[in-house]
Design a protein around this ligand. Structure first.
Ligand code: AMP
Ligand code: GLY
Length: 426
């Protein structure tokens, strides 16, 4: 098969790494890719949101399957346009990607189909939002309805903070169109976990669960990021809990989307809070998590590619995937300053030396080669140092041993990825 992966992050490097290992893969392209991906795939200089350019490339090169990494092109309708052009594409249509594209849409769907989630109201007018926030009290959560690059959520500890966040979005135009509507939501207390399922419009195959660390600094402090590290499996996920989530969240959502005439194909990523009242949906994403995908691919024993094709062909029911029981843990090396502003073009050394054996893999996110072939950092999140271990503690120890071999003075990482799971282990 000739395959095109769309995207340029650590998630896409992990996907390319898994797909390149498949005996079914003859040629692998990635648009636009990065320096690590270039070792697995031929990188093509087309942006991930250049829908027209991607469709043209896929047609001109007789691509058999396109795998879409990030949400941007999904919401822009890349899968719709590829399908129209007769090209198989893994990912939801724009209509189905509304599950990530509009938080209000997802909340209404949950209400209609009895999918457990926090109480909420949608608002476009500040006066009505203000009245509801004052009536509910704090803590309370304010969310921009649309895509806001992970910055659209405020978990407000006080009513004042909540009112300010609502005003910022509705009156201050802080998130542009994405914040012209907000969802005001009940604060959910508990431990967070992410569940990933492959869907084919009718049925779903739940993959492993994972947990990530969104805060920039140790102790889960500091500003929110796209994710500073992750691990899988998630010790909080018992078999009973997994079965409950499969039934009340994943299966119900796939059925609901089918009933709504928006059958869901691709990865369904459920962000959940495990509360005293049971699992509650925080949000849906229409793609793999980044860096959660990296730990899932590290644990995957089976060939990923046939499962992606089966999802596109609507025959997922016949499928099963096997996983290594070991824990995979990934630590993000980010540029000093991230998630704020940071320097680009600094040199990174020692990445090859970090991969001492099969249990360690360094996935690239924001990397490029300069004119002299030197590896340089060009993004905020730059490398994902990933390791397998018999326990979370062992995987963590291997990941940090690998990081210590990497020479990049302008980078930083958290030193406590997996701490909660390690506490449970000991
Ligand atoms: P999101 O951008 O939707 O992933 O939200 C960012 C983070 O905000 C989530 O990972 C949660 O930690 C937190 N969050 C979102 N909604 C709620 C909620 N209803 N209750 C508590 N925390 C929440
Ligand atoms: N790691 C969180 C996300 O991919 O949205």
């Amino acid at each position: 098969m000739k395959i095109l992966v769309v995207g340029s992050g650590g998630r896409e490097h992990a996907l390319c790494w898994a797909i390149a290992a498949s005996p079914l893969c003859e040629t692998l392209y990635c648009a636009p890719g990065n320096a690590g991906i270039a070792e697995e795939a031929e990188c093509v200089d087309i942006g991930a949101e250049d829908v027209g350019g991607l469709v043209r490339f896929a047609c001109d090169n007789a691509i058999d399957l396109v795998v879409v990494g990030p949400e941007g092109p999904l919401v822009l309708g890349l899968v719709d346009q590829l399908t129209e052009a007769g090209i198989k594409a893994f990912g939801p249509t724009a209509a189905a990607a509304e599950l990530e594209g509009s938080k209000g849409y997802t909340k209404d769907l949950c209400a209609k189909y009895d999918i457990p989630t926090g109480a909420y109201q949608r608002f476009t007018e500040i006066d009505a939002a203000r009245a509801y926030i004052e009536e509910q009290g704090a803590p309370i959560v304010i969310k921009a309805d649309g895509l806001a690059a992970g910055k659209g959520v405020t978990v407000a500890q006080t009513v004042e903070e909540a009112l300010a966040a609502a005003a910022d979005a509705l009156e201050g135009n802080r998130f542009g169109e994405a914040g012209a509507e907000i969802v005001v939501e009940e604060f959910l207390d508990g431990e967070e976990v992410s569940v990933f399922a492959i869907c084919d419009g009718e049925s779903s195959l739940t993959l492993a669960a994972a947990q990530d660390h969104k805060a920039a600094y140790d102790g889960d402090t500091g500003p929110n990021t796209g994710g500073m590290g992750a691990y899988s499996p998630a010790p909080v996920m018992t078999e009973a809990l997994a079965a409950e989530i499969q039934e009340t969240v994943i299966r119900r959502t796939v059925e609901a989307m089918k009933s709504e005439g928006r059958p869901y194909t691709g990865i369904l990523y459920a962000g959940l809070m495990i509360t005293e009242a049971g699992p509650q949906l925080i949000e849906y994403n229409a793609r793999f998590g980044d860096p959660e995908c990296q730990v899932l691919m590290m644990r995957l024993k089976s060939d990923l590619l046939p499962a992606l094709v089966a999802a596109c062909d609507g025959v997922l029911e016949t499928f099963d995937l096997r996983w290594y029981d070991e824990t995979a843990l990934t630590v993000v090396l980010a540029a000093e300053g991230y998630p704020g502003s940071y320097d680009k073009g600094t040199e990174i050394r020692g990445v090859d030396a970090a991969e001492t054996d099969e249990s360690v893999k360094v996935f690239h996110a924001g990397t490029a080669r300069d004119e002299n072939g030197l590896l340089t950092a060009i993004g905020g999140r730059v490398l994902n140092v990933t390791a397998l271990g018999g326990t979370v503690a062992e995987a963590q120890q291997r990941a940090y041993a690998a990081i210590n071999r990497i020479d990049w003075p302008q980078g930083f990482c958290r030193r406590d990825i997996g701490w909660r799971a390690i506490e449970r282990e000991s």
